[in-house]
Design a protein around this ligand. Structure first.
Ligand SMILES: [Zn+2]
Ligand SMILES: [Zn+2]
Length: 175
């Protein structure tokens, strides 16, 4: 997403933009595929004070996931906020000098591109553990029903690991 510097007036500017996975270049890697299928809304408060520019960026979308436990699809809101600071009209052009640092732009700069920042912020809020609900009961390991939707006769008792070892032994000597 590119912001035209000439379009910014002194003081507060509100900018809204709608991205997709394609325009941000995300979702092609296997681990992120299928997540970003909905519109990605970007809202920016751009505050220009002389040759300083402060961006307060909020990125929002509805992510689409597959539950780790029950394997059902579910959607959840993903939201991330970050701030960027620019110094305009400098003699040097230094992008991303330090983490959280100020970016220095020259007098010749006409646009700033925050596509990478938006993409990175979204990838940060992809959850490690993907659960449709915290209480998701998952799939019955014995009959395979989705326990959120159906009940089966199998109990929740964990199989004693020693039994598992015995079963394996039994199966391997069986044939
Ligand atoms: Zn689930
Ligand atoms: Zn069952």
């Amino acid at each position: 997403m590119k912001i035209q510097l000439s379009a910014l007036k002194e003081g507060m500017n509100e900018i809204t933009f709608e991205h997709t996975a394609e325009t941000l270049g995300i979702g092609e890697e296997e681990e992120f595929s299928g997540i970003f299928i909905n519109a990605i809304d970007v809202n920016i408060d751009a505050n220009k004070i002389g040759n300083q520019l402060f961006l307060d960026v909020v990125v929002k979308t509805i992510g689409n996931f597959v539950c780790d436990r029950c394997l059902d699809d579910f959607e959840t809101e993903m939201k991330e906020r970050f701030r960027l600071a620019y110094s305009l009209d400098n003699d040097v052009n230094v992008e991303k000098e330090e983490d959280g640092g100020i970016r220095f732009l020259t007098k010749d700069s006409t646009v700033i591109d925050i596509t990478d920042d938006i993409r990175e912020s979204l990838l940060l809020v992809v959850p490690m553990k993907k659960l449709c609900t915290e209480e998701c009961k998952g799939i019955c390991p014995q009959c395979g029903v989705n326990r959120n939707a159906e009940e089966c006769n199998h109990t929740d008792e964990k199989i004693d690991p020693r039994w598992e070892a015995l079963k394996k032994l039994y199966n391997s000597t069986d044939n």
